[in-house]
Ligand binder design. Sequence first.
Ligand SMILES: [Ca+2]
Length: 212
Amino acid sequence: MKHSVLAAFAGAVLAVSSVPALAEVNVALGKPVTAIGAFGTGSGYFGGGPIPPLPAKSIVTDGIFQGGAWTDGFWWDEQNSGTHNYVQVDLQGSYDLDRVALMVDNNDVYLVEAAAGGSWVPLGTVPEVCCSGLMRRDLVLAAPVTTDALRLSGVYVNAPGHDFAYSVSEIQAYAVPEPAVWQLCLAGLALLAAVAVRRSTAANAGRRPTSA
Ligand SMILES: [Ca+2]
């Protein structure tokens, strides 16, 4: 019996070493997007010419970091009007987030907020970066934040190079593995150990002499 328990333990250790690392999951993938404010209109950047078509807001959670010009994203123009537009993602469940990844226009600062306790709590801002058009920035959180919704807005910066025209083609939210996932893994290991014990016990019983 002692050997069978040791064998079961060894089996469990082997099983632990073969469990793949739990990957982060983008919990914003395919989730509904709400656009609060006026999008795709009112910009003075087109010299009175035709305003480019606005992509569907679902582009924001389709899992693809679309690059290209700012007008290839889901764009808006605030011109420091004092009223912010918001692009909101309903996560359809509560998650402990540790990172948010954005594909947003390069020459703007963006604020990311999380719904918590009936209000919006700032998670942080991503800075302006080089180059042009849609560029990726990640916001790594110092500690996990529990939330069921995110919203993105532009930050007004009164300095050269800022045009008050904003755009986003992707918002991804990464959750730390849920306790339920770990519990499932542990339950699986316990089952493996139980099976190993049962097999070992049965094998020992089979070898037992039958003489009286
Ligand atoms: Ca996208």
